[in-house]
Design a protein around this ligand. Structure first.
Ligand SMILES: [Zn+2]
Ligand SMILES: [Zn+2]
Length: 381
């Protein structure tokens, strides 16, 4: 039994709907760190599944999802172990229409358990086929501008009329890199100082997401590395740009699970996919500082929910945000900031207004303010 504290009394006075139970303490969902968009030699990556598993264990990840282009390579899925470490390697796919010129509309597909690349020519058919197969579909790098200096084309998503996808890859490490490289010199600079790249999801991707949420569509946001371990050659310079080990310490998706991982890779994979489907996850940029421990939940008259869930606003709702360390924390309602905290690790906000609430957290790192955490929404009805 939790002993009521000063915070409880304060919240009870402010909000008659507060039931004295901080939602996270009621359920205490275990958290895993997942990196979910990467390529192997089976498409255009440099390493193999075992190399990815080794790099993931070194980086302290709990799970990865390998997503080769238009190819489902199911065999290597399972737990990989080294010493007392282990990582769950899951296999998905990144599907796009290879005949389409220019190239657009990349879709990450998880959990479909069968090859669906034949539907790539029609994004709506593909999304529907994934749903029918019981899988999840995430729009990959929804906004992905061209980088002419390194001959990279714009491969954004363009068919925004498509409905029924699970979510989108709000923060993609490579999409953010492309507009930074205005010349070959920029490319060299960032190849040697990759820690200076990430600042947050591209503003246009955030606007797209907020527009979809405001239109009443539930869209789960995830963060992806798009790891390829590119090899760069320029005159005498040779460098592996963004090795997997770097990506795995950077933009991750943190997933809240109903129970800890066990010994069964299939059951554990299905639990991860269920939590992703429900939006019980947040995007964490773990390079400046680990984002493990972030929580965003809401408690109403009769129930409470983690991010991704719904709650009735009748009687008032108490929103609670817990940060792993002090940082700038912004609560947004329907895409507009409603409150910012600078010096609190436990932030609370009471509302009776329906809306889509989500959280952005910013941190100072390498001389500038950078995005650190982007939560999925709580839907207050
Ligand atoms: Zn792609
Ligand atoms: Zn990719």
């Amino acid at each position: 039994m939790r002993i009521p504290c000063k915070l409880d009394m304060l919240l009870a006075n402010l909000n008659p709907g507060y039931n004295g139970i901080i939602p996270d303490e009621r359920k205490c969902m275990p958290e895993i760190v997942l990196n979910l968009h990467m390529h192997t030699r089976f498409s255009d990556g440099a390493g193999l599944h075992a190399d990815i598993a080794t790099a993931a264990m070194k980086a302290g990840l709990d799970a990865v999802i390998v997503t080769d282009h238009n190819l489902l390579v199911n065999g290597p899925a399972g737990y990989y172990k080294e010493g007392n470490q282990r990582v769950l390697l899951m296999v998905g796919e990144e599907i796009h229409d290879q005949a389409r010129i220019p190239q657009k509309n990349h879709l990450l597909v998880f959990g479909a358990q069968r090859e669906l690349a034949t539907y790539a020519y029609n994004p709506q058919l593909l999304v529907d086929a994934v749903a029918n197969a019981g899988g999840l579909s995430f729009i990959a790098h929804p906004v992905d501008p061209a980088a002419p200096s390194v001959h990279e084309a714009d491969i954004s998503w363009v068919d925004w009329g498509v409905r029924g996808f699970t979510g989108l890859e709000l923060w993609n490490g490579f999409s953010e890199f492309k507009p930074r490289i205005r010349s070959r010199l920029h490319a060299i600079y960032y190849a040697y100082f990759p820690r200076r790249i990430a600042r947050g999801p591209l503003p246009e991707a955030l606007h797209r997401w907020d527009d979809l949420l405001s239109a009443g569509t539930k869209v789960v946001a995830v963060g992806g590395s798009d790891a390829h371990s590119h090899h760069m050659r320029m005159g005498p310079l040779r460098r592996t740009v963004f090795p997997d080990g770097f990506h795995f310490r950077a933009i991750n998706t943190h997933v809240l699970l109903p129970r800890p991982f066990g010994m069964d890779a299939i059951a554990d994979s299905s639990m991860v996919l269920d939590s992703l489907r429900q939006g019980h996850c947040f995007i964490g940029y773990d390079l400046p500082a680990s984002t493990r421990g972030f929580r965003f939940s809401a408690s109403g008259l009769e129930s409470s929910t983690e991010m991704g869930g719904e709650l009735n606003c009748k009687g008032g709702v108490t929103i609670q945000i817990r940060l792993p360390r002090l940082a700038e924390c912004v609560l947004l309602k329907d895409g507009t900031p409603v409150r910012t905290w600078h010096k609190l690790e436990l932030c609370t906000y009471i509302t009776s207004q329906p809306g889509v609430y989500r959280v952005e957290v910013y941190i100072q790192y390498l001389g500038r303010k950078r995005g650190w955490i982007f939560s999925n929404p709580v839907y207050i009805m």
